[in-house]
Design a protein around this ligand. Sequence first.
Ligand SMILES: N[C@@H](CCC(=O)NCCCC(=O)O)C(=O)O
Length: 266
Amino acid sequence: MKMPPCMVWLPADHRLLGDHGHQMPFLLLGDKYARAVKVGVEAQPVMFPLADVGDIPELLSMVDGVMLTGSPSNVHPSHFDEEVADPSLPLDPVRDTLTLALIKACVHEGVPLLGICRGFQEINVALGGTLHQRVHEVPGRMDHREPKTAPFEEQYAPRHPIHLAPGSVFETWAGGPQVMVNSLHGQGIHRLADGLEPMAQAPDGQIEAVAVRGARTFAYAVQFHPEWRCWENPFYSAIFAAFGHACRQRRSLRLQAADLARHRPG
Ligand SMILES: N[C@@H](CCC(=O)NCCCC(=O)O)C(=O)O
């Protein structure tokens, strides 16, 4: 019997699109994230448009993993008891409401979870941590933002090294103690949530990868963008391959549970 594809949930961004003053709300998912799931994870990306917090238990029972994508929008600072530092930057409160609850559910239920950039920041905030709203204005920190007017190949090019926790899976995936990564973020971890363990740091000390302490399955997040042409980068592709392995493990358990339920008498 052909196994059904692994299903990975990528929550949508919410943006107003349009011109001439007429804008409509859209639900968006970046192609490169969906493609990284398709090619790197070998799974089917699903978005569940308009999903809300009450839908999480049922929708989680239908998927094998959750991937929280990057986004130009920032996590609303009210979630870490701050005022908005730069009102010119986009926010996405609808996404915040869903993802912050979804993260807790994934950790509680043991659903494989991968956070990328904004997703990395959401995981830290959901578990009680805080963010620098403008890393580049923090004394001693580099400017981690991308050159916005440069071609995408330059924006997503390797920008700085990260030093990996000795003996960690990240060191294994990288094949050594440090590796170059891209960098496209203005926000970053300030206070690390107690439930997270740092896995990598930039030369200026900025945390660049974390693991959920005591997780029963894959539960990692990265500040950089491994989805960018992941099939061309052994480190990036190793992250998605490990995520895919965890998703397939969950799929087997899910299908076994469904089979038992079907054959349960009465
Ligand atoms: N807005 C946050 C997160 C930055 C982020 O996710 N950048 C990527 C945006 C484009 C893409 O999806 O690749 C911050 O500024 O720190």
